[in-house]
Design a protein around this ligand. Structure first.
Ligand SMILES: [Zn+2]
Length: 188
């Protein structure tokens, strides 16, 4: 699946919403990507995950590490396509951690899988957990990149979709008094 094909799927499945949204990064935007319109349809989710897996394959990861909740489904599909293990990072007492008996070995080659990347905060949290475990990040795979975060590791992306995001203070819709919607993605 190419980026253009993914964009077509997002449009066709009503995943691109317009309004006044509070993003999980804390920024405001007039656009929201409801990625679960993609993940709820297994054939589409499979095709997206397979495409990301092919972009990550040259980095020869031993394990996929995703961020809960949005990364769990694509992380699993990527790992299945690569024939590697699949684990995820989630919050424990407010801090990102590996739970459920998930472990990383020192030097293990890790592909970090992210669904939608805006500021990269969620990805940075996963990176912190992987680095603390002594594993080696070989690449970051992102399905949709709407912001422009930078990392010290190679980043591969299926779809670059730059959208206008604002701090609350600079948000034109806040200035107009438009009610803010919280579609909820990472906060839990
Ligand atoms: Zn706003």
């Amino acid at each position: 699946m190419t980026g253009d094909e993914l964009l077509e799927h997002l449009r066709a499945r009503g995943a691109l919403l317009s309004g006044h949204f509070l993003l999980s990064s804390g920024l405001h935007s007039d656009r929201f990507i409801q990625k679960f319109r993609i993940f709820e349809d297994p054939p589409t989710a499979e095709a997206v995950g397979a495409a990301l897996a092919e972009r990550l394959r040259p980095f020869k990861p031993d394990v996929v590490v995703a961020a809960a909740i949005g990364g769990i489904i694509p992380g699993y599909i990527v790992a299945r396509n690569l024939g590697v293990r699949d684990i995820f990072v989630e919050k424990e007492a407010g801090a990102p951690a590996l739970r459920r008996g998930f472990r990383l070995a020192r030097g293990e080659r890790v592909a970090v899988v992210e669904d939608v990347m805006t500021t990269g905060k969620s990805t940075a949290e996963v990176i912190g957990v992987v680095e603390a475990a002594g594993a080696q990040i070989v690449a970051i795979g992102c399905i949709i990149k709407r912001g422009n975060p930078t990392f010290l590791y190679p980043l591969v992306t299926l779809l670059d979709l730059p959208l206008a995001d604002y701090t609350a203070a600079a948000c034109p819709q806040c200035a107009d008094g438009a009610p803010l919607q919280d579609p909820g993605s990472r906060r839990a």
